[in-house]
Design a protein around this ligand. Structure first.
Ligand code: FDA
Length: 304
């Protein structure tokens, strides 16, 4: 019954006025400007966390927009380097032109990787929905020919990921493993929570065992525990992996990992294009989406 209600809540989100979504989504986004992001990163650094910055925006259809995104990333890279804060950048390949022309995305990413390399900074290509998986892996491997400071992401819900991680291992690529956030068909994606967790654990263990730097991106205690067991069994040193979490999600787990001495990085998105990112986050968390709808209806907080 709760699951059915949650599905109804989630499907109602597009009808909720943006200012209401905004007030609940604020926890997931640093703000509109680079200065907002830097101030969030400074607070995270004081708590012992590193950051990766995402300039919000995706599925761009105009070449000019991709050039503006590239210019903004160059500004971010310079500002982060000047701040001395422990931070790097994450890029959505479609925001820099992957669905317009892969050569354009390569050119834009190469410019960002070159500037980041000058500052000794890492660049990660996020993984979007499955029509972009092949192109994102190809883009990463093409960039790797010139830049050692670039890596990507694999999604544990995709049946293909165990094979893909082998290709990335061969090139020594730093991979972030996450469950995956887009809606995919059962033909290509595991739907069962247990199967996704097992695949997550298998991907992390395989990448660590291959000697490749691994970013373990999850708030799921089961995934964290299985990753810690692999790290222990394989005797992986602390500078060969990091945990990653989203801004606004589970600060208690975040603190417990930092207190135990693990490297931890928080994904810090900023920008005016906050809506698509935030509604994906709200859909992951129907409890908050319920508050959004109650607020729209003029009701108080939902009962716990
Ligand atoms: P799960 O969804 O089971 O959540 C575990 C627990 O965490 C939940 O029970 C809940 O308590 C809490 N939680 C999770 N999401 C929450 C939310 N939004 N609000 C409040 N609580 C929440 N995906 C992708 O397809 N491509 C990518 O490139 C990335 N990149 C990425 C980077 C980083 C740093 C992270 C942490 C995640 C991603 N993701 C991603 C998203 C990822 O695929 C996944 O959707 C979310 O991290 C949620 O999965 P969990 O592993 O946390 O498990």
């Amino acid at each position: 019954m709760t699951a059915l209600f949650d599905r109804l809540v989630v499907s109602s989100l597009p009808f909720v006025p943006k200012p209401i979504v905004r007030s609940f989504a604020a926890r997931y986004v640093a703000g509109n400007t680079l200065e907002d992001a830097i101030s969030t990163i400074r607070t995270l650094a004081s708590e012992g966390a590193m950051a990766t910055v995402d300039v919000l925006g995706e599925s761009v259809t105009q070449r000019e927009q991709t050039l503006a995104t590239r210019a903004e990333y160059l500004r971010v890279v310079d500002a982060l380097a000047a701040s001395g804060l422990p931070a790097n950048v994450s890029i959505k390949p479609t925001a820099v032109g992957l669905s317009i022309d892969p050569a354009l995305a390569l050119e834009n990413c190469a410019a960002i990787c070159a500037r980041a390399r000058d500052h000794g900074m890492f660049v990660r290509l996020d993984m979007e929905d499955s029509p972009h998986t092949d192109a994102t892996i190809r883009l990463t491997l093409d960039l790797r020919k010139e830049f050692s400071n670039v890596g990507t992401v694999l999604q544990a819900y995709l049946r293909r990921s165990l094979a893909d991680i082998g290709r990335l291992e061969d090139a020594g690529v730093n991979v972030r493993v996450c469950k995956g956030i887009y809606i995919e068909k059962r033909e290509i994606a595991y739907k069962d929570r247990g199967a996704i967790i097992e695949n997550f654990s298998a991907l992390v263990a395989k990448h660590l065992a291959a000697g490749c730097y691994t970013a373990i991106a999850t708030h799921d205690e089961a995934c964290v525990q299985l990753a810690l067991a692999s790290i222990d069994r394989l005797r992986i040193p602390k500078d060969r992996y990091e945990f990653q979490m989203l801004l606004g999600v589970d600060p208690v787990l975040r603190k417990s990992l930092i207190d135990a001495g693990h490297r931890l990085r928080v994904y810090v998105p900023y920008g005016r294009d906050w809506y698509a990112y935030s509604t994906r986050r709200l859909k992951e968390n129907p409890a908050i989406a319920r508050h959004v709808l109650r607020s729209m209806a003029g009701l108080g907080p939902a009962p716990a």
